[in-house]
Each structure stands twice: as C-alpha cells, then as structure tokens.
Design a protein around this ligand. Structure first.
Ligand code: NAD
Length: 495
C-alpha cells in the first residue's frame, strides 16, 4: 500500500494512526480500484476523540457565534475551490455520476454557507412578564459534545449538514462516517482543518459502526447523537442513546411514491420519474421507488418509460454522458438483486432490467440495469426499502386510491404528485403522509434552506437542514431578569 493512500484519525487537530489498530480500505465500485486505507478505530480511540472534543468545548462555546460562522464561510470557500476534485472523489468512492458527485459537494457548500449565516441569528424569544419590571426571554446554548454518524450515499453533503449545524451552535463534534466512503470523510475534515477549525472542535474516527458508533453513543460526555442511516441501525442507536437519556436525532429510510394522475403533463412526469428512480442508482433516501399510475394513463406512460430506458446509459460514472453508474458496493449489489428475485417470486412482472450487467467495463464493477417491476400493492418490493435502481409500478383507479396506496407503507420521507388539478395538488399536500411533498416535481431535490425529514419509520420527529437544524443542536435556556428590586412571586402576588 502506497504511503499516500494511508489516512489516520483526526483527533485534537492532528492526523495520526494509533499503534496497533488494524486498517480497512475503500474501493471504487465502478472498477474495484483501491482508493485509500483507513484506521479501524477501537473504543479507546473513540474515547480519545471525545476527550479532545470535551476539552475544546468551553472555548468554542464561548467563541461568539458570528465568529463560528466566519470559520464556516472559510470551510465553504475551501470546498468551493476544490469542488471538482472532491466531486470526483465522491464519484469514485460511491459511484454516483460525476454531475451528481459535484452536486453532492455543492449541497455541502450551500449548507455550510447557510449555516454560517445562522451564526448571526440563533434567535431566542422575548415575551412579556406577568410581573413589573421583569424581562422574560430565551437564549440558545450548545449541548456539548455531539456525535455525527453518517451513511455513504451523500458522503460530503450529509456530514456537512450535521457538522456545520452543530459547530455554528457552539458544540464540538466527533464524526463517524460510513466505512465505504471514508475518503470522502477525510476530504470533508481536511476542508475544516484548512479553514482553521480549532484543535478538538471537529474530530474524525473511522471504523465499524458497531464498535466506534457504540463507544460514542455510550460515552456519557456525548450529549447528542445525530444519525442518518437504515431503520434497523437507527432503532439500535435510539435504544442505546435512550439509556443515557440523550437527544438522538434519526434520519432513516424511505419508500417514496410518485403519483401520476390522468391529467398530468406526462413528458414532465416521465423526466421526473427517471431522475427520481435512477438518480444515484436509486440510492437516495428520497429516491422514487414506487410509481403510482392512474389507470387511464397507465399503458401510455409505462410504454414511454420503457422506451426511454432502452437508451439509458449505464457505465463509467466519471463519463459525463453516463446516465447511471454502479451501485455503491458488493453488498448493495447483492441486496438489490435479492429484492428483484423476491419481486418476481411474489408474482411481480419484470418489465425491464433486473440483472447484473456483464462484459467489458461491467465486469470490474457493481452494475445493475435500471429495473422496472409491475407489481401489486402489498408485495414486499412495493413496501420495503430496496435502495437501488428498482422501480415498482402500481395501477390505481382514482386519486383516493393513489393516496391510500402511497400512504400504506411504514415510511414517510418524500412524495410526489403530477397533476394539473390545483385542488388535487393541495389535497395531496394535505393527505400524503410524508415529511416532504413535491407537486409536479420528482421525489428528490431537497434545498438546504428548508427542513428535511420524515414521518413514521423515517425518523423520530426531528428535522435537519433549514433553521430547523438549530433545534437539533441547541438547548433552550429560559432567562428571567427582575429589575424591580423587590421579591415578586409569580402566580402568588395579589393581582
Ligand atoms: P447504515 O445504517 O448501515 O449505516 C449508517 C451509519 O451507522 C454508518 O456510519 C455505520 O457505520 C453506522 N453504524 C452501523 N451500526 C451502528 C451501530 N450499532 N451503532 C452506531 N452506528 C452504527 O446505513 P447505510 O447503509 O450507510 O445507509 C443507507 C441507509 O441510510 C438507507 O436506509 C437510507 O434510506 C438511509 N438514509 C437516510 C437519509 C435520510 O435523511 N432520511 C439520508 C441518506 C440515507
């Protein structure tokens, strides 16, 4: 292994590889190339990271919030300057096409800049007192040391959503990224390092979630955990965090529907479903995994979709002309192919795709053809998260049935309806059980200035992004200032 490929942990402002720790590597899912070697951190390494974060906390807490915001502006500037090179790392390490690799970094830049501005807001509220000469107000205070645990599908955007929000609020952070995008995590942390983040304010520990994640969650000094990942992992993280009565923020899976009504702009809806279902090879938490079609446009729309997929280019994600790259790993490939087999066993009709692509460049990587399965509502593939380029198609007779089918899953992250009927559009906004509803747009395409999150098994009620992110990372302190020079008793003094 060449020296340059080896990366250490980032603890207390220094990159170092602890003696005796083992290592793991990451691979390009398009061609198997090894991209880097990383430390499999042990519980004691996680503890050292928390030590550093706890030591750095008082000074960072006392740094004026606008100054913390200024540091974030520098981070954004570094990432902007390196957007192309980091975007290429994203594409190489997780396989999304290069335009989306750049988009991942752009989302990180947008959010970090947005959060920098929060440093000049972080608003509390001021309300009247029931007593004389008394002020009642609230101020926001940081929680302390925060653990940020992230998945691989948005390997620069999601970490920045968490880290930038936590830091601007005055917390210090220990960041635990998904192992198969550890190089992206190193790129993220280097941007903060170059921007001058003080030692210990941001720390990186790579390694197994079960080992490092568990050690972080169980450390009594970690006051909040911000987690994005799968439902089962999220449940485990929530249970462990509950033991320490910690704030646990969860962003979990999805099974997002795109409804196409009989009055929809069909070409627009077609572009929407192609992007929604096959962008990032279907590995977005907001990916369109169910296409709910009104029976009157069913045959026509499906015909157009299948025709369009015949010219869909699957291949090298660094090639600008490629529509879809590989899935992110061998594990992903296995899981997606298993679900396709389940779909067929339970009576689904495979309309296109459904196979591992072979021959030429495909033999080096994890390429699956874009897959469309006609199925019935209630089948496993219509209800469980697959997280791959697999679209289940369901036929409905009217709007009411479309909403019923859309809502009848355990998840509730994103949703979309294509219709020209304004009443139906607003009814969908009101009736779809999801944290996000798009009208005449695909299920993907979040913007950072708005809250992001879902209902049901998608989370536990919190929201990331937008100013809602501030809720996740602050405690509200209530302050009473009595300037009457008398003891005044609320609720007791005569009125
Ligand atoms: P995952 O649950 O396998 O892993 C997520 C993170 O948790 C990783 O860093 C992993 O190392 C860590 N982890 C694993 N076991 C742990 C444990 N016991 N304790 C603490 N940490 C542990 O998820 P993934 O495969 O990386 O990502 C895919 C999933 O993420 C999908 O279900 C997807 O829907 C979801 N996701 C959700 C959102 C959202 O905002 N709702 C966004 C992106 C991805």
């Amino acid at each position: 292994m060449a020296e340059t490929l080896e990366h250490g942990l980032f603890i207390d402002g220094r990159w170092a590889s602890p003696n005796g720790a083992s290592r793991f590597t990451t691979q390009n899912p398009a061609n198997g190339e090894t991209l880097g070697s990383f430390v499999s951190a042990r519980p004691e390494d996680a503890t050292r990271a928390v030590d550093a974060a706890a030591r750095a906390f008082p000074a960072w807490r006392d740094t004026p919030a606008p100054k913390r915001g200024e540091m974030l502006l520098k981070v954004a500037a570094v990432m902007r300057q390196r957007k192309e090179s980091i975007g290429r790392v994203v594409t190489k390490e997780m396989g999304k096409v290069i335009a989306e690799g750049r988009g991942d970094v752009q989302e990180a830049i947008d959010f970090v800049e947005y959060m920098a501005g929060e440093g000049r807001r972080l608003a509390g509220e001021t309300v009247p007192s029931e007593l004389y000469r008394k002020f009642c107000l609230t101020v926001r205070q940081p929680k302390g040391v925060v653990a940020c645990i992230t998945p691989w599908n948005f390997p620069t955007a999601i970490p920045n959503w968490k880290i930038a929000a936590a830091l601007v609020c005055g917390n210090t952070v220990v960041f635990k990224p998904a192992s198969n995008t550890a190089l992206c995590a190193v790129e993220v942390v280097k941007a903060y390092e170059e921007a001058g983040v003080p030692a210990g304010v941001l720390n990186l520990v790579t390694g197994s979630g079960g080992v490092v994640g568990t050690a972080l969650i169980n450390d009594p000094r970690v006051r909040a955990i911000s987690f994005t990942g799968g439902v089962e992992t999220g449940r485990e993280v929530y249970q462990q965090g509950a033991k320490g009565l910690k704030m646990v923020h969860l962003e979990l899976g999805g099974k997002n529907p795109q409804i196409v009504m009989d009055d929809a702009d069909l070409p627009l809806a077609l572009e929407g479903v192609l992007f929604g279902a096959f962008g990032t090879s279907g590995q977005r938490c907001t990916a369109t995994s169910r296409l709910i079609l009104h029976e009157r446009v069913y045959d026509e729309f499906l015909g157009k979709l299948l025709a369009r997929l015949k010219t869909f280019r699957v291949g090298d994600p660094l090639d600008e002309k490629t529509d879809m790259g590989p899935v992110a790993s061998a594990d992903q490939e296995k899981k997606v192919l298993e679900y396709i087999a389940i779909g067929q066993k339970e009576g689904g009709k495979l309309l296109t795709g459904g196979e591992k692509l072979r021959g030429g460049v495909y033999d080096q990587g994890h390429f699956i053809s874009p897959t469309v399965v006609e199925t019935r509502h209630g089948s496993r593939i219509s209800k469980e998260e697959i997280f791959g380029p697999v679209l289940s198609v369901l036929k409905v007779k009217d709007f009411e049935e479309a909403v019923k089918v859309a809502n009848d899953v355990d998840y509730g992250l994103s949703s979309s309806i294509y219709t020209r009927d304004v009443n139906r559009a607003f009814r969908a906004v009101q009736e779809l059980e999801a944290g996000i509803t798009y009208v005449n747009a695909p299920t993907i395409g979040a913007e950072v200035q708005l809250p992001f999150g879902g209902v049901k098994n998608t989370g536990n009620g919190g929201r990331e992004a937008g100013s809602a992110a501030i809720e996740e990372f602050t405690e509200v302190k209530t302050v009473f200032v009595d300037f009457s020079s008398h003891l005044q008793k609320a609720q007791i003094d005569p009125r």
